[in-house]
Ligand binder design. Structure first.
Ligand code: FMN
Length: 309
């Protein structure tokens, strides 16, 4: 039985909760899946205090005394997840943002590779639905979750959904449930997208260049010094990611078309110059078939690049 954790960022059992229930029904019909709910309004996570201790010194140094470790244990234990939030003023709810901030250290030290996930947003209208779906994925994607689909559902808080929107929503929910179900049962090596390879290499390069800056990151990346990625993976050699829109990527051109872009890495509060960048990258090594693509991707890491694997 595969365990899916549904993280709900709505402060009540409203439209967002019902959308996730609809996915649960479909997953159960497909078989072999159980869904547990994590209602963030009940989790009692305190807002981040901004001390940076979790990132620099280690997550155990967080001064908030609350249920964060229980939430962490549930994220660790699941085989996949559904991350859901309503659109409140064109973004995720405050509850959801608090949740994401409290796990900011996982952006530096990902630990959920490569669990499949869905993003679910509900919205009264079209304004901000895309932004909400994107914001739902930003944090968990950089913690290692692999989003296999996103579902945005329009439900007017007073009028509900019309027949046509209901039909559309049903189709989107069917498709999302199938994709998650498929991904939960997939075997074989994980194939990371290029932005994830860049995340690994750039975080490792930056960390090991200044091992005193964030000792928790240094302890995490040192044992990975000779590795290709956080976890065992197979790489796609024939494709690279290139801009599809202002915030999107699509697989396309060959490596031959890639140009290194200037100053993709930062040194403290200024961009690294080309020599520093090359030095940083050379410390971790860049296999020839991939090195140039990393340079190009650096300015454009985007959660919208997330695709099924
Ligand atoms: C505080 C608040 C802000 C909202 N802001 C937006 C908005 O910016 N755009 C929009 O289309 N709908 C907006 N809505 C409508 C909600 O997105 C919509 O009703 C959603 O389905 C609520 O989900 P829930 O029942 O889980 O809270 C807002 C609702 C609330 C309560």
């Amino acid at each position: 039985m595969k365990r899916v954790l549904a993280v709900i960022g709505s402060p009540h059992r409203g439209a967002t909760y019902r959308a996730v229930q609809a996915i649960e029904e479909r997953l159960v019909m497909l078989g072999g899946v159980e869904v547990e709910y994590l209602l963030l309004r009940e989790a009692g996570l305190e807002p981040c205090r901004g001390c940076f201790l979790c990132l620099a010194e280690g997550e155990e140094r967080c001064p908030c005394r609350d249920a964060r470790d229980d939430v962490l244990a549930r994220l660790d234990a699941c085989d996949g997840a559904i991350f859901a939030s309503p659109n409140y003023v064109q973004n995720v709810s405050g509850l959801y943002k608090t949740f994401v901030d409290r796990f900011a250290w996982c952006c530096h030290r990902p630990r959920f590779y490569a669990k499949p996930a869905l993003a679910v947003a509900t919205s009264g209208g079209p304004f901000g639905l895309k932004e909400t779906l994107s914001a739902i994925q930003t944090g968990p994607a950089s913690w290692g979750f692999v989003f296999v689909d996103e579902v945005g559902i329009g439900v007017h808080p007073r009028l509900g959904a019309g027949d046509e929107s209901r039909r559309e929503a049903d189709r989107a929910l069917d498709c999302a449930a199938k994709r998650l179900h498929e991904a939960l049962n997939r075997t074989g090596p994980y194939r990371p997208e290029r932005w994830r390879l860049f995340q690994f290499r750039s975080m490792r390069a930056i960390t090991l260049a200044r091992p005193d800056a964030c000792p928790a990151d240094t302890a995490f990346y040192r044992p990975l010094a000779d590795r290709d990625f956080y976890v065992e993976a197979r790489f796609r050699r024939s494709t690279v990611w290139r801009p599809r829109s202002s915030n999107g990527w699509s697989a396309g051109t060959s490596l031959a078309n890639m140009r290194p872009s200037p100053d993709p890495l930062r040194m403290g509060d200024r961009p690294a110059d080309r020599g520093e960048m090359q030095e940083l990258l050379s410390r971790v090594g860049s296999p020839p078939h991939r090195g140039r693509a990393f340079c190009r991707c650096t300015e454009r890491i985007s959660p919208s690049s997330i695709r099924a694997w």
